[in-house]
Design a protein around this ligand. Structure first.
Ligand code: NDP
Ligand code: OXD
Length: 309
């Protein structure tokens, strides 16, 4: 019998318990409490780990983060060799692809402007632009970025993607590294950010980057709020350099009620719901990860601490 500590939402936890009971009865999922045997567990599943993890759980052999992004974790408190595993799940990926498709289509069809018109009682048609004339560029060609590109393909947008290392993706013009960022931005009428938040990507979407986009470009950010310098985004929108934006993530979540992005007529905001971990698939990923480690293999989707994602 192996204990797996679960420190997350209890309602979704019921599904986790059911999957573990049915599919891995030797792995005993145990709800987190500050004392007792759960602190001795070799595995922990959580979005927010307990403070000073190495001390709180001295026998830990792996930490499974409840999300795809791990930028919120207190890395300095983690024991150096502890594997930290991020969530990669089919349903999580599919939800993100859906969100990006929705956001790109909204921007492509001027939906932010039509919403503002409707609120102001205006009836005003804009020219309909063909998808073939709207170039979409995706920043981040990992699990989420590649799924987003696949779902966009049938619409006929000319597609491009940018990543740290070179990728080859059928039907997508790919760019790699800072040396090729400007060329990528130059052909992004709609820019989609699906980067992880790291020391290299924090604040990357700033005034300088917005200036390198085609005039009137549009933005989708479903990565992290920290990617965007929000003051620069507001200025770019107010000056018309950017036409509109769909933002699923903000620097401060929840934002204050008077956050200017919430009130901006050219901005559509959603409350960090582009995607969410689906309990059954996530539970299966954790079981498979533990099995991999038990068999002496590296757990799939272990975060590379040197890269920060
Ligand atoms: P992956 O780790 O699979 O992919 C990350 C991609 O970003 C890789 O292609 C990587 O390049 C690229 N990248 C990283 N750093 C740089 C850099 N400095 N320059 C250029 N490219 C870079 O992550 P996922 O696709 O699974 O997730 C991406 C992010 O999406 C998460 O970190 C999270 O922040 C966000 N997310 C948001 C959700 C929401 O609901 N809003 C839900 C889930 C995730 P390379 O391939 O060369 O390594
Ligand atoms: C994630 C998220 O990273 O929901 O999984 O943002």
């Amino acid at each position: 019998m192996t204990l797996v500590a679960y420190k997350s939402d209890p309602v979704r936890g019921a599904i986790w318990h059911e999957v573990f009971r049915r599919e891995a009865p030797d792995l005993v999922l145990t709800d987190w409490s500050t004392s007792g045997e759960v602190a001795q567990a070799p595995y922990l599943v959580a979005w927010t780990p307990p403070a000073d993890l190495g001390v709180a759980m001295p026998n830990l052999r792996a930490f499974f983060c409840m999300g795809a992004g791990t930028d919120h974790l207190p890395w300095a408190e983690f024991p150096p060799g502890l594997p930290v595993v991020r969530m990669v799940d089919e349903a999580l990926t599919q939800s993100m692809a859906e969100y990006v498709a929705m956001a790109v289509l909204m921007l492509h069809r001027d939906m932010a402007s039509y919403r503002a018109d409707q609120a102001a009682g205006r009836w005003s048609a804009r020219p309909v632009r063909a998808a073939a004339d709207r170039r979409v560029g995706v920043m981040g060609l990992g699990v989420m970025g590649q799924a987003a590109l696949q779902i966009l393909k049938p619409f006929g947008f000319p597609l491009a993607g940018w990543s740290a290392s070179r990728k080859r993706i059928d039907g997508v013009e790919t760019f790699a590294g800072m040396a090729e960022l400007d060329a990528f931005l130059d052909r992004a009428d709609i820019l989609v950010c699906l980067l992880p938040l790291t020391s290299e990507t924090r604040g990357l979407l700033d005034a300088d980057l917005f200036r390198k986009l085609p005039e009137g470009a549009m933005l989708v950010n479903a990565g992290r709020g920290g990617h965007v310098v929000e003051g620069d985004l507001l200025r770019a929108l107010d000056e018309g350099r950017l036409a509109s934006a769909v933002l699923d993530v903000l620097l401060s979540e929840p934002p204050s009620a008077d956050d200017p992005l919430l009130a901006h007529p050219a901005v559509v905001v959603t409350p960090h719901v582009a995607s969410a971990t689906h309990p059954a698939g996530a539970a299966r990923q954790v079981i498979a990860g533990i099995r991999a480690q038990q068999a002496g293999r590296t757990i799939p989707h272990t975060v590379d601490r040197t890269q920060g994602y």
